[in-house]
Design a protein around this ligand. Structure first.
Ligand code: GLY
Length: 369
């Protein structure tokens, strides 16, 4: 009789306290692609999202997979190039699992920014103005120094929607609408993650909370929001612009559906996601100088997003000195580009393996000193 009572209590306890293998905090492109990768490796995964999945920086991003310009810090070049190379298969898998087309385009970039260090792509080529004109007849080159870079672009909204569907397809559970208030630690180990509504139990938690990552966890991470404002117009015709165009003050990203994105500012504005009419007007004006034929183009929308910036402009990837607490955030301007490599290396680390590349420069522990 006593024994039976004991068994009943035990079963009741287990039924009540569901334990996940891993809890991912943040359902942006980084959190979702990592959750999917962990699930592929056999883990049970819960993703916690304070708002709506994929509606922050991932929704605001341009989607240039720019791994070979001067904007990429030197320490990030290897990861950036690896991730760029992973994209065709990554996009293909997500499309297959989700049925969502992510508009991965391979027409390349024409850059008018000075490329001071050598690009890792052997196939980058200097372009004369005549070559620019033959590739993009509607474009007014802003300077005589131009280069073709074999970079791809992707639609980040579609990509994130695909990652979300792929997660659901793999039975990742997404709990949205409650803010994480703590990552709970007992005797130096993660035990649970608490939100404004409830607590979820897991021995492993990963902070993928983007610009909000600094506010979470057993210790503070130096992550800050860096606002980017941009707008989208309808091109006069599809393929009106084929390449991504990068200049020092604006970039243009064509999509296959006839939209064109014009971006972006880089602003320290705290968590303020408003757009400013004058700023959007300046971006629009810069685009019109490059492509005067856009003068009649309808403006579809403008928006702002908050990139997760760090003090050294490098992401924060790896384990912390709290057992079971990992961080994958701080991707700043490269979250879309770095999603596949981040998912791969972090899933390997979390599973106890050794990632095939050196992550020392990105360690969360680098800020301890
Ligand atoms: N990755 C583009 C931007 O941050 O504006």
């Amino acid at each position: 009789m006593r024994c039976f009572a004991h068994v009943v209590v035990f079963i009741f306890y287990n039924a009540k306290v569901k334990t996940w293998d891993v809890i991912v905090v943040g359902a942006g492109v980084i959190g979702l692609t990592l959750a999917r990768e962990l699930c592929k490796a056999g883990a049970t995964v819960l993703v916690l999202e304070r708002g709506e999945a994929g509606r922050e920086a991932s929704y605001a991003a341009g989607g240039m997979l720019a791994d070979c310009g001067d904007e990429t810090p030197r320490q990030l070049q290897e990861l950036a190039s690896l991730s760029a190379r992973m994209y065709p298969e990554f996009a293909h898998e997500l499309q297959d699992e989700s049925g969502v087309q992510v508009d991965l385009r391979g027409q390349g970039t024409i850059a008018f920014t000075a490329l001071q260090h050598s690009c890792l792509h052997p196939s980058s080529i200097a372009l004369s103005l005549a070559e620019v004109e033959s590739r993009e007849p509607e474009l007014v080159a802003p300077s005589p120094v131009a280069a073709f870079l074999p970079e791809r672009s992707v639609d980040p909204r579609a990509l994130t929607a695909a990652a979300l569907k792929a997660c659901l397809h793999r039975e990742v559970v997404i709990a949205s609408g409650a803010e994480v208030t703590s990552i709970d630690v007992s005797q130096g180990r993660v035990t649970s993650v608490t939100t404004t509504k409830t607590s979820y139990h897991a021995p492993i938690a990963v902070n993928c909370a983007g610009a909000w990552a600094g506010q979470l966890g057993p210790f503070q991470l130096p992550v800050r929001p860096v606002r980017g404002q941009m707008l989208a117009v309808v091109m006069p015709r599809r393929e009106y612009l084929k390449h991504v165009i990068r200049t020092s003050d604006v970039y243009l990203i064509p999509r296959s559906n006839g939209r064109m994105l014009i971006g972006a500012t880089v602003e320290e504005a705290g968590f303020d996601k408003r757009t400013i009419r004058q700023t959007i007007h300046s971006l629009h004006a810069a685009a019109l100088r490059l492509m005067p034929g856009l003068v009649e183009a309808k403006i579809l929308e403008d928006w702002a997003g908050l990139r997760p910036g760090t003090v050294d402009d490098l992401p924060i990837l790896g384990r912390t000195d709290v057992d079971g607490y990992f961080v994958a955030t701080g991707h700043y301007r490269d979250g879309i580009l770095l999603a596949p490599i981040t998912a791969t290396v972090m899933a390997t680390l979390i599973g106890g393996g050794k990632p095939g590349c050196d992550l020392a420069a990105f360690s969360p522990l680098r800020f301890n000193a």
